[in-house]
Design a binder for this molecule. Structure first.
Ligand SMILES: Nc1ncnc2c1ncn2[C@@H]1O[C@H](COP(=O)(O)OP(=O)(O)OP(=O)(O)O)[C@@H](O)[C@H]1O
Length: 604
């Protein structure tokens, strides 16, 4: 057997770090053996609390290659088979010559990161060969036992696949990532939908007991499909009060004799306060006289607490826009999504509650609640989604076509919007927000170029909410008082409320570059009627990385936890997470970090 050279080859795009022997010796070594690493050569393999590291036996240097246990998603004992045993730099030559040996083997599955796109995770596997089966088995047992201690990782998932989403590749996308789940020993119950609304029905009718047997739900599809699953989950389980509204808005609704309208001080029955520690803002509802309650159906199906830290949502992108997955994982990549799911990543996501009071100007008041994870938009956005439905056969290109058609029409709409003003009152941003000067600046100056971008371990999102500040669902009566409501009336080309930045391929920085995944604020963007050319300029800025789409006189940008909308005309089409939503009059609020995603946030 030839051993030539002593260089160690780092896998392409490796995220592995270099260790020297001194560092290694400081760790408690669990195992150390000599193996043949496929395509590298004979190595000394060490397993310690840091993870796995290996070093070529004949290496003159003392560097080793390492992979952290947290970056390993599976370990498998493979059949006896061939291992390429040649050392570098002549490996290619030997591989071509078929320099290999039959051995017992085990494979460690992990990932590396793309150099050009740090959020993108690339599958990596390392196959170690040994003459003794028991040695391989012992390593596999030890590594598997350590992986089992990673309690955040899911074991059982409900997976919905939308076969027709995007370019109609939902099933193929799932087939491409399914081996990652089986290698990681994650059980999956897969439902391939046959029609719109099916995932909603399954999620809303599934018994809490069964839902509890899953660690989460995965959507293989686009934003609209995720929205459907989210609504199916929340609609029967989250009993939250309606959004706060200005007094005249409520009167308007009440005057119409609607008995379902909750008074702001009315208390919804509560059965548990488990969420208090994890979601202080949401538990703060109680302080404002309103409470979240959990459902408990008549046949004594156990309650399912919402919010719920354990139960998470995953998205494997296969849609037309995939803005939610880009914002939560950093890329539009099924492999990255699958890895973040099996590795048990977690990030909290704000959810907007949108209550439609009237569908059309003449319809009866009939409150209807929907939830949105990314965006709600009226005017231009509603028209584009309506127009695009006519061209579904075009696939994702329908949005370009519909967008152009709607832009050319240049329609504006008369409407009245009221929003809770939390930006102008500095006394509200006490304690923590004051201590983070940059956060305060980011809240005060919507048009300032300085942007505090949401990223992995985001300070803004992780900031413990201050109960005296603006709170999402924890709005105090003080914050909802009349003087806090600011009214904007006129003709608008569009009215938009972004929950997250909504980054996508058409708008690389998103609609609002400095929006956060869970800061408890909506970004209300009002585009007032303006010349066609000015609007084009705004749209052009949206499509450019580093553009300033909000820096126009005809654009209003308000960070707010709640707003109301009343159309003064007959048009009533909204776009909720990419789906049509008819609403002549609505109110909305955001719940901070209401759901948890299997994602780590973007590496920007
Ligand atoms: N089997 C199915 N056939 C037709 N429509 C379906 C099916 N399953 C789900 N849907 C619906 O299709 C809609 C769009 O799904 P999805 O978001 O995955 O696709 P998309 O191409 O990205 O569209 P969008 O851009 O609207 O998000 C969802 O609202 C969902 O309810």
């Amino acid at each position: 057997m030839e051993r030539e050279g002593n260089d160690c080859v780092m896998p392409h795009n490796s995220n592995m770090t270099l260790l020297n022997d001194d560092v290694d010796d400081d760790q408690t070594t669990n195992l150390r053996s000599t193996f043949w690493l496929d395509r590298v050569g004979e190595v000394i393999l060490t397993f310690n609390s840091n993870g796995l590291s290996w070093k070529l036996v004949e290496s003159l240097g003392n560097v080793a290659t390492e992979i952290k246990l947290s970056d390993v998603y599976a370990v498998e004992l493979t059949d006896q088979g061939l291992v390429h045993i040649s050392n570098i730099p002549h490996a290619t030559e030997h591989l071509l010559l078929g320099h290999e040996k039959k051995m017992y083997r085990f494979t460690v599955h992990g990932f590396t990161r793309s150099r050009s796109q740090p959020s993108q995770m690339i599958l990596a596997e390392y196959t170690f060969g040994h003459g003794n089966l028991q040695t391989c088995q012992m390593w596999v047992n030890q590594l598997s036992a350590s992986l089992n201690l990673e309690v955040e990782r899911p074991k059982n998932l409900l997976v919905f696949v939308h076969p027709r989403s995007g370019k109609g590749t939902g099933c193929r996308t799932w087939e491409a990532v399914a081996p990652i789940f089986s290698r990681a020993k994650v059980e999956t119950k897969v439902i391939v939908t046959e029609r719109a609304g099916q995932a909603f029905e399954v999620m809303s009718s599934i018994k809490n007991k069964e839902l509890n047997s899953y660690d989460g739900v995965v959507a293989v599809g686009g934003d609209g499909f995720f929205n459907e699953i989210l609504n199916g989950f929340l609609s029967p389980r989250l009993k939250a009060p309606n959004p706060p509204t200005p007094p005249d808005f409520l009167h308007l609704v009440k005057d119409n004799g609607d008995s379902l309208v909750l008074d702001e001080k009315e208390t919804v029955e509560e059965t548990s306060n488990d969420s208090e520690d994890q979601f202080p803002l949401i538990s703060n509802l109680e302080q404002s006289g309103s409470r979240i309650s959990y459902s408990c159906s008549e046949d004594m199906d156990p309650e399912f607490p919402v919010p719920n830290e354990r139960f998470r949502f995953g998205i494997i992108p296969s849609g037309s826009t995939d803005a939610i997955v880009i914002c939560t994982t950093g890329v539009r990549d099924p492999i990255t999504s699958a890895l973040q799911i099996v590795l048990g990543k977690r990030v909290k996501l704000d959810i907007a509650q949108v209550v439609r009071w009237k569908t059309t100007p003449t319809s009866e008041v009939d409150p209807y609640v929907r939830y949105a994870a990314s965006f709600s938009g009226y005017g231009f956005y509603g028209d584009v989604i309506t127009e695009s439905e006519k061209y579904r056969w075009m696939g994702p290109k329908r949005y370009d076509y519909a967008g152009t058609m709607v832009f050319l029409r240049h329609r504006s709409y008369e409407a009245e919007i009221s929003y809770l003003d939390v930006e102008s009152d500095e006394t509200n941003f006490t304690s923590k927000r004051n201590r983070h000067g940059s956060l305060l600046r980011a809240l005060r100056a919507p048009h300032k170029p300085e942007r505090y971008i949401c990223r992995v371990n985001c300070k803004v999102c992780n900031e413990k909410p201050d109960l005296t500040t603006t709170g999402v669902s924890g709005l105090t009566p003080h914050l909802c008082s009349e003087k806090r409501w600011v009214r904007s009336k006129g003709r608008f080309l569009s009215v938009g409320a972004a929950v997250i930045s909504c980054r996508n391929e058409k708008a690389p920085d998103g609609l609002v570059a400095d929006a956060h995944l869970s800061d408890g604020l909506l970004h209300l963007i009002l585009i007032r009627d303006c010349p066609h050319a000015s609007y084009l300029w705004h749209l052009t800025q949206l499509s450019r990385r580093g553009g300033s789409p909000l820096n126009f006189k005809f654009v209003e940008h308000h960070k707010t936890p709640a707003f109301t909308f009343t159309s003064s005309g007959t048009e009533s089409v909204w776009n909720l997470d990419g789906e049509i939503f008819q609403a002549h009059q609505l109110s909305a609020q955001v719940f901070r970090g209401l759901v948890c995603m299997f994602a780590s946030g973007p590496e920007v």
